[in-house]
Design a protein around this ligand. Structure first.
Ligand SMILES: CC(C)(COP(=O)(O)OP(=O)(O)OC[C@H]1O[C@@H](n2cnc3c(N)ncnc32)[C@H](O)[C@@H]1OP(=O)(O)O)[C@@H](O)C(=O)NCCC(=O)NCCS
Length: 171
């Protein structure tokens, strides 16, 4: 299968924060942002694999900044590493200043998607070739995150998580 780049899967989802999507402090609900990120990540995973994709895991979410009512929010998703049937999707969330139009980073998240056939069975996907320095950094760290996710899900023994062990031994 021919390799694809993170840019091939890049997905940008821009939308407003409406009153029905906010909490009593008039900031965006965390769950609403998770849903927007799930949609963006699913499109990125589909663009990379060109298959049916399902969310396997939400590996990391950091709600660093509140997003106020009326904000213009952009979720940018790219595949950061492809394994056999699973893909890590890295997302950056930006909020746009109304007056200056400048974007500031509000949040980031990492999801795992799996490509499946019509029966829901995992299928092989193309490899990923990172291009930029940031893409290479995210690619390198993705195996460690996959092992952590599998250990936490009870699908891998800690003793088999070689990348995690290396992290603790070398730090
Ligand atoms: C995701 C799913 C297809 C995985 O099926 P499975 O029987 O565990 O299949 P496998 O063990 O062969 O795993 C398939 C791949 O997913 C990866 N995977 C499974 N669970 C994972 C987890 N928690 N974190 C990271 N990767 C995971 C495996 O490592 C494997 O990756 P690889 O093929 O790239 O090496 C299956 O659990 C599923 O269909 N879940 C429901 C998905 C869904 O409905 N999502 C929406 C939630 S409402």
């Amino acid at each position: 299968m021919q390799a694809r780049t993170p840019e091939d899967s890049k997905t940008t989802l821009t939308d407003l924060v409406l009153p029905s999507e906010t909490n009593p402090l008039n900031n965006l609900f965390g769950g609403e942002l998770l849903a927007r990120m799930d949609r963006a990540a699913s499109i990125a995973a589909r663009r990379h694999s060109r298959r049916i994709v399902v969310t396997a895991s939400v590996n990391h979410v950091a709600f660093n900044k509140a997003v106020p009512l009326g904000s213009v929010v952009t979720v940018e998703a790219k595949v950061s590493r492809a394994f056999k049937s699973s893909m890590e999707i890295y997302m950056d969330v930006w909020v746009e200043d109304r007056e200056s139009g400048e974007r500031s980073k509000a949040n980031e998240a990492i999801y795992t998607f799996v490509a499946v056939d019509e029966t829901g069975t995992p299928v092989a996907i193309p490899p990923l070739e990172p291009e930029t320095e940031l893409e290479k950094k995210r690619y390198e760290a993705a195996l460690r995150r996959k092992q952590l996710s599998l250990v936490l899900a009870g699908k891998m023994k800690p003793s088999e998580a070689t990348e995690l062990k290396a992290l603790f031994v070398n730090s």
